[in-house]
Design a protein around this ligand. Structure first.
Ligand SMILES: [Zn+2]
Ligand SMILES: [Zn+2]
Length: 159
């Protein structure tokens, strides 16, 4: 039996321009309470989801036969822009849809009125992945990273 559980979900953005299908459970879903995410979203937190590109397919919205490509931007961090993490958003409404978070991060700047469930995994800042993630999750992350690196290097060479 495969250790990868069967998973299939669909989601989309608030305005309906982007719909997606996810065929594999995300590597990790962070609920980030940092001040960057609060400013970026005009909200109290943001969901940051790491997943394998192959597991996500854009699907046409109802009444349309085409899909709209999301707007891709590097993630802003305190070290500058991260090329490893690309934010995908709807270019019309900037939202991405919602998945249940595994880990809450940067809760030192969490809004005081946001209450987290007692069982939530919580870190005041970032956290050491290798201490928190399972071996399988670490492998998925490393594999996805090296495939992404190989693809981006391939694109740069073609230019
Ligand atoms: Zn939208
Ligand atoms: Zn953040």
């Amino acid at each position: 039996m495969s250790s990868i559980e069967a998973y299939n979900t669909t989601g989309g953005c608030a305005c309906g321009a982007i719909r997606y299908e996810l065929t594999r459970k995300p590597i990790v879903v962070h609920c980030c309470h940092c001040t960057y995410c609060q400013r970026e979203t005009g909200s109290a937190f943001a969901f940051n989801i790491a997943l394998e590109c192959e597991s996500l397919t854009l699907i046409p919205t109802s009444g349309s036969s085409t899909t709209m490509e999301p707007l891709q931007t590097p993630t802003p961090t305190w070290r500058g822009q991260s090329k490893e993490q690309i934010m995908n958003r709807c270019s019309k409404c900037l939202s991405v849809g919602v998945l249940e978070p595994n880990i809450h991060i940067f809760t030192s700047t969490k809004q005081p009125w946001v209450m987290l469930p007692e069982a939530a995994v919580v870190y005041e800042e970032s956290y050491p992945r290798e201490e928190v993630w399972s071996k399988e999750t670490m492998e998925r992350w490393e594999n996805a990273k090296s495939r992404h690196k190989a693809q981006t290097e391939g694109v740069e060479k073609e230019r």
